[in-house]
Write a protein that binds this ligand. Structure first.
Ligand code: 5GP
Length: 192
């Protein structure tokens, strides 16, 4: 069992609707040394990739993206939720269905921060159905950037987004993959 799996078992709280709360170390309070270790792990996994930018989406991806970027020595760009029109000529825009809030947001990145020739590593806290990651891949594509891979802290494997992306040839590396979780019993089963 790796350190993240252990932490999930100790501190994770399973909510209804297949939501796992990890507010004590990732999504509300941030255990900076611990999350930085996860960032170090991503650096090891993607050691041979020539990443020059980390891409994530606000808000919950920003912390882990920054604590990963420090190990790569590269900047973080985060897609912003936009109230405005998708027609702004200065931004790349895409739609992302929010898993936790069950609504669709337009997220945007200013064109000046994502360019053709960029080699992007997408980082996020969770992967469920894969909509957030797909949106970020779409933004990178619009910019002509290359997606070197996707680093996820906690993938809920039973929701299928990660495996769908892998089947499309995307390199998705998750530090913990949950194959089953049960709100009634509190039991969590990880993929080996
Ligand atoms: P997806 O787009 O893959 O369906 O969901 C991923 C996004 O939804 C992540 O950026 C994350 O913020 C949020 N998310 C999905 N499932 C969970 C969960 O079980 N717990 C928490 N805290 N966030 C989740």
């Amino acid at each position: 069992m790796n350190l993240l799996q252990k932490k999930i078992l100790e501190d994770g709280v399973i909510k209804s609707g297949d939501v796992l709360k990890v507010d004590s170390f990732l999504n509300h309070q941030i255990d900076v040394p611990f999350i930085s270790e996860l960032g170090k792990e991503f650096k090891k996994i993607f050691a041979t990739s020539r990443v020059n930018k980390i891409l994530t989406v606000e808000a919950s991806g920003i912390g882990i993206a920054c604590l990963t970027a420090i190990h790569f020595g590269v900047p973080v760009v985060f897609a912003k939720k936009s109230q405005g029109s998708q027609m702004d000529p200065h931004v790349y825009a895409t739609s992302v269905k929010s898993f936790t809030h069950n609504k669709t947001n337009t997220v945007v990145v200013a064109k000046q921060y994502l360019n053709a020739g960029d080699r992007v590593l997408i980082i996020d806290d969770f992967l469920a159905n894969g909509c957030a990651t797909e949106g970020l891949i779409d933004l990178a594509k619009q910019a002509g950037a290359t997606v070197e891979g996707v680093g996820i802290a906690i993938e809920k494997g039973f929701q299928g987004g990660g495996d769908r992306l892998r089947s499309h040839g995307v390199r998705v590396e998750s530090l913990a993959i949950i194959d089953k979780m049960d709100a009634a019993t509190g039991k969590i089963q990880f993929r080996d």
